[in-house]
Design a binder for this molecule. Structure first.
Ligand SMILES: [Zn+2]
Length: 334
């Protein structure tokens, strides 16, 4: 089924609430469950659209304790937000959402990051198997070119990348095109250690793995059936050796990076990379399916301290292991 803003606007307030209740409490078919003691016997406070637990007395609403906790958005606006997010196949910028829903920039920025946080928290971590591709993409580094040609170096300097996004893409056995599952990790550099660690934590031993000729993947052959394609000779080997799904994922990421958000700081790179992995994997879903899924994840993810602190200090910890200066901007150079 396809969803549209027109369809959402035609819903009554009760229908909107019922939709969100079903997404938040699927196991009780939408009947409210106390977030404090998990009791499903509640009083309804109809005038305030709230519920009170019969056991512990806790008062709560549909969004209490979720990533939307204390949000000023109406339930209808939350549903609209889900649809706008689902429709933005290349990602959504905070500025665009701000204009769509009429928020200030900070609220819009935080809201989008809370959705990314929910995606990370609820990401599938079951081991991958079958046919899996791996590759790395460098992100960041920027060289400001001198104004005068005589001040510029004779050869174009290559920017020093500041991060690498490693991607694992599991091929669809039915060859429907595109990957079945995409998993990503942000590392400082693409080395034998980082690649080996990423693969062994995510892929079942013995799986067929496709990679390019990067020396960082040499060690993988010990535990996996490694098949490589040498890009200096061809992009596609004679026996199906290629990493086209990874290339496809990276090109999606670049469209978000250059076409939507323009600047990504290292501390948010993992969230953005994971968002694009989700968008790649759900590319064949209807927009209603994606809307419901992203809102269910957001409504079933407990609010975290990360972006509550942002309101007061503007400081958010980075979701990667390595130290890198926070002021480096990743948006300008591929
Ligand atoms: Zn309770």
């Amino acid at each position: 089924m396809k969803l549209s803003l027109r369809k959402i606007n035609k819903l009554t307030d009760a229908e909107v609430a019922d939709k969100l209740k079903l997404l938040r409490w699927p196991s009780t078919n939408g009947e409210p469950v106390c977030p404090d003691c998990a009791c499903d016997a509640v009083y309804v406070i109809a005038t305030r659209s709230q519920y009170r637990c019969k056991r512990c007395g806790h008062t709560f609403s549909i969004i209490s304790g979720t990533v939307f906790h204390s949000s000023k958005l109406s339930l209808r606006s939350i549903l609209q937000l889900g649809l706008l997010w689902a429709n933005a196949a290349k990602g959504k910028s905070a500025l665009e959402l701000r204009r769509d829903i009429g928020l200030n920039h900070k609220s819009s920025f935080v809201l989008l990051h809370k959705l990314r946080e929910a995606l990370l928290t609820t990401a599938d971590d079951t081991p991958m198997d079958g046919d899996v591709e791996i590759d790395g993409m460098h992100v960041g580094g920027h060289i400001r070119h001198a104004n005068r040609a005589e001040d510029r170096p004779e050869q174009n300097e290559a920017p020093t990348p500041v991060r690498c996004v490693l991607a694992l893409c599991q091929r669809n056995p039915e060859h429907l095109g595109g990957s079945m599952r995409t998993r990503v990790q942000v590392v400082e550099t693409e080395t034998a250690e980082t690649a080996f660690d990423f693969i062994t934590r995510n892929v079942v031993q013995g799986t067929t793995i496709y990679s390019d000729g990067h020396a960082g993947y040499d060690r993988i052959g010990m535990w996996y059936d490694l098949r490589r394609v040498n890009h200096r000779r061809a992009y596609h080997g004679d026996n199906g050796e290629n990493i086209n799904l990874c290339e496809n994922y990276f090109s999606r990421f670049r469209r978000l990076q250059f076409g939507q958000v323009h600047k990504i700081t290292p501390k948010y790179l993992a969230e953005y990379a994971n968002e694009i992995a989700y968008r790649a994997d759900t590319r064949r879903w209807t927009n209603e399916h994606i809307t419901h899924d992203i809102l269910a994840r957001a409504l079933q993810t407990k609010r975290t301290e990360t972006f509550r602190r942002y309101w007061h200090s503007g400081v958010v910890p980075e979701t990667v292991q390595e130290d890198i200066p926070d002021d480096v901007q990743l948006g300008n150079v591929g």
